[in-house]
Design a protein. Structure first.
Length: 200
């Protein structure tokens, strides 16, 4: 039984990985048969793990969301609070642009949303809150900035990327973080280095 459980778990992981690649390339309507083939399993095995396309999409969705949250944990351990938050916002934007469905977890959930979407939003909000609280405690971020602000910022850039493929959303994110005004010290003075928040 242990071998069977291990095989089943491995098959499920392979299906999710293949589905993530397929959804990224072809969208949510990607062929389930092709996904099963790329995962090295039969269609019956895929449907045994996931009874519907929606269940499979939500499994991929959950994997992506947890991956973004894991980046926050790593950055908090490796970097100073201010840069950690900035780098996580960049990483969240990268994920959201590459995985269109992820952008929906950046929005506050509504009564009609699925449990997966609600849970995904809670996971990202918790990750953002951990980094934001540390950055504010260190004096690297304004005290009036909220978790909703940070997620809304990434969400806006993600939606822009979907609407305009030529938009340099990463540059716009940097502008939003550092501001577009001149340095208080005047022309020629140093601006915050990449990954640092402007001092308030």
């Amino acid at each position: 039984m242990r071998t069977l459980r291990a095989d089943a778990r491995r098959s499920r992981e392979q299906i999710v990985q293949a589905a993530e690649t397929a959804f990224r390339r072809y969208g949510a309507d990607a062929s389930l048969e092709a996904i099963a083939k790329d995962a090295g399993v039969g269609s019956a095995t895929l449907h045994r793990h996931f009874r519907s396309r929606r269940q499979l999409a939500e499994a991929v969705f959950q994997e992506r969301t947890e991956a973004v949250a894991a980046v926050a944990d790593r950055l908090k351990a490796e970097r100073e609070p201010g840069p950690a938050l900035v780098h996580w916002l960049r990483a969240a934007l990268e994920y959201a642009v590459a995985n269109r469905g992820l952008v929906m977890t950046l929005l506050p959930p509504s009564d009609e949303d699925t449990a997966t979407k609600v849970c995904g939003h809670q996971i990202l909000a918790a990750a953002a809150d951990s980094l934001l609280s540390a950055a504010q405690a260190a004096g690297a971020v304004r005290a009036d900035v909220t978790v909703a602000d940070t997620l809304a910022l990434v969400n806006a850039m993600s939606l822009l990327a979907e609407q305009d493929a030529t938009a340099d959303v990463h540059h716009l994110l940097e502008l939003a973080i550092t501001g577009i005004g001149p340095s208080p010290s005047g022309p020629g003075s140093s601006r915050p280095a990449a990954g640092e928040m402007p001092r308030t």
